[in-house]
Design a protein around this ligand. Structure first.
Ligand code: NAP
Length: 244
């Protein structure tokens, strides 16, 4: 009887991360959920999935990222997939240069870039042993002049280049890919004055005429886990928004 593979999904107490955890569990993974603050929500999602559990850790802090990976691998004896999903932004109009303060840059980079890096580094020995893979969650803002703020968009561009650089470094044992969603309905975007007009535009002019669902992103991540000859790729999941 084969042993079920193990997936760690950072930032999985809500939104895209929750959908990822559910889709990976449906696909036969034992899932480790995580968040920095919302422990109750994370635990309750884990309780609804077979052989899943939750670990609270702020992955922007290196020691916590290392603890998270160590506890996940210890509990299950292996780690096959890391999904670097935890991320944050601040809505700052791009023209408001003074609004994008060094504090904002640091806050966003500490989580989106360093958090992704240090969790990946901690996971690499386990992924190497398991012939596993990483999927990073970027954004359409990582390659287009768009996004909730310039620091956020630049952090996602950094994640995309990190994806290519790591993929070229950690093969043949480990594959590294990214999924770059367009606008997706999550607690982050719903009911936001900043995102409402963008959602309207997405519904009117993008080829697929709708805003993304968390399940759309999850499907793409599952597809990349199965794409065994694909590494260093960034898959846009944006309803064709990049075409307009
Ligand atoms: N929604 C969109 O339209 C969209 C589009 C493109 C890309 N994305 C990307 O998709 C990812 C998820 O976004 P979402 O919309 O699903 O957001 P969300 O619903 O706000 O979820 C963010 C998750 O990350 C966790 N988190 C925050 N800070 C953390 C930290 N320091 N350590 C560990 N976990 C942390 C949050 O829990 P706690 O706050 O309780 O810790 C939560 O579980 C992000 O990387 C985002 O950039 C989203």
């Amino acid at each position: 009887m084969s042993v079920a593979p193990v997936a760690l999904v950072t930032g999985s107490s809500s939104g895209i991360g929750e959908a990822l955890a559910r889709a990976l569990a449906d696909d036969g993974f034992r899932v480790v959920l995580n968040s920095a603050r919302s422990a109750e929500a994370g635990r309750s999602i884990a309780a609804s999935l077979p052989d899943a559990h939750y670990i609270q850790a702020d992955i922007s802090v290196e020691a916590e990222a290392r603890r998270l990976v160590a506890e996940a691998a210890e509990r299950h004896g292996r780690l096959d997939l890391l999904v670097n999903n935890a991320g944050r932004t601040r809505a700052i109009p791009h023209a408001d240069l003074e609004g994008a303060t060094p504090e904002v840059w640091r806050e966003i980079f500490d989580l989106n870039v360093l958090g992704t890096w240090q969790t990946s580094v901690a996971a690499m020995p386990h992924l190497t042993r398991a012939n596993g893979s990483i999927v990073n969650i970027s954004s359409v803002a990582g390659s287009r002049p768009a996004g909730s703020s310039i620091p956020y968009a630049v952090s996602k561009a950094a994640i995309e280049h990190m994806t290519r650089l790591l993929a070229g470094t950690v093969g043949p044992q480990v594959r590294v890919n990214a999924v770059a969603p367009g606008l997706v309905e999550t607690p982050w975007t719903q009911g936001s004055d900043f995102f409402a007009p963008i959602a309207e535009q997405v519904r009117e002019v993008t080829p697929l005429r709708r805003v993304g669902r968390t399940e759309d992103v999850a499907q793409a991540v599952v597809a990349l886990t199965r794409a065994t000859y694909t590494t260093g790729q960034v898959l846009l999941v944006d309803g064709g928004a990049h075409l307009i």
